[in-house]
Design a protein around this ligand. Structure first.
Ligand code: CA
Length: 316
């Protein structure tokens, strides 16, 4: 575990809100800036939700930049509402934000921050990779100026999630596979925290109740939203008694990779498949011609992460 300065790229989003709070409260993590994109909700709502969560957490001073409104090749599709509510945070009403986003467009903001802090920043995209792809296309030099990219997206073995047309993808890679490909082929030090691990990290009804009672202001809002999230999971997976901590796990791996087991692999993303758009295609043949371009999390110490998560949510 080491001191970790991060830029979080979000489509806030219920688990994004939890990732923001985790980044605010986890020891050793310094949240430098947040950039917002479309995904779970439209980009204007994601930006507003991000400002609201930061202000509820007492950190309205952290800059927020608004970014991409749609994927590189397709219009925005509002299919996340069933999981995240019509406003993106489980229809929880929060006070209107006092702060405004910075005027700089999120990809440009990423470029500025990374160039000003070479080797120091870890970028943690937990929505579609569109902002990051725009930044990398405009300024390919930032790939090696980043300490690394720890992204939430994709899956190798997990059978995928409901709510998107592809049976073999996660929502972030499905929403913009071309952007995900640009990130994976950028030359940056990329770590993939996908559903192979995130679906094993559980937020149970008991945890929601405890954090909702004892947590700080932002965590209480997030746990109200989590009730909606849990109900959405239960509607889609009969009998399930938890929802998954996708986005917070990526933040945790950024500062403490020892909570997951990583395998270096050559990975790409299917962009044109009729049935498989957004699928991660790993080439694990180890033939001597494969060149690993990402470290992929395959196992997670879920109990340890859940303890870390709860501690961050209860910090006030
Ligand atoms: Ca997200």
């Amino acid at each position: 575990m080491s001191h970790c300065r991060i830029i979080l790229d979000v489509d806030t989003g219920i688990d994004d809100a939890m990732a923001i709070i985790y980044a605010l409260n986890a020891p050793e993590v310094e949240l430098e800036a947040v950039t917002a994109t479309y995904g779970n909700i439209d980009v204007a709502s994601a930006t507003r939700n991000t400002l609201q969560i930061l202000e509820a957490g007492g950190r309205g001073d952290i800059p927020v930049a608004s970014g991409a409104a749609r994927s590189l090749t397709r219009p925005f599709s509002k299919r996340g509402s069933r999981i995240h509510g019509a406003n993106g945070i489980g229809d929880v009403e929060m006070p209107a934000p006092a702060a405004q986003p910075v005027e700089t467009w999120a990809p440009d903001f990423i470029i500025e921050r990374v160039r000003a802090n070479p080797g120091a920043l870890t970028l943690v995209p937990v929505g579609p990779m569109t902002n990051v792809a725009h930044a990398l296309m405009k300024a390919p030099d930032i790939a090696e100026k980043l300490k690394g990219i720890v992204l939430m997206g994709g899956t190798i073995w997990h059978p995928g999630v409901p709510g998107i047309p592809s049976p073999v993808a996660d929502a972030n890679f499905f929403n913009d596979p071309e952007a995900a490909r640009i990130v994976l082929q950028s030359g940056a030090d990329v770590t993939i925290v996908g559903m192979d691990v995130t679906m094993k990290t559980k937020l149970t009804a008991a945890m929601i109740a405890e954090i909702g009672e004892k947590g700080g202001g932002a965590a209480r809002y997030a746990m109200q939203a989590a009730q909606f999230y849990l109900s959405a999971y239960q509607a889609q997976y009969p009998g399930i008694d938890y929802c998954a901590l996708h986005d917070p796990l990526a933040v945790a791996v950024a500062h403490d990779p020892s909570i997951v087991t990583l395998e270096a692999m050559q990975v790409d993303v299917e962009c044109v498949g009729e049935l498989t758009r957004g699928q991660v295609i790993p080439d694990r043949r180890k033939t001597g011609t494969t060149v690993p371009n990402a470290k992929v999390a395959l196992e997670v110490d879920a109990p340890r992460f859940e303890t870390m998560f709860k501690a961050a949510m209860l910090a006030r």
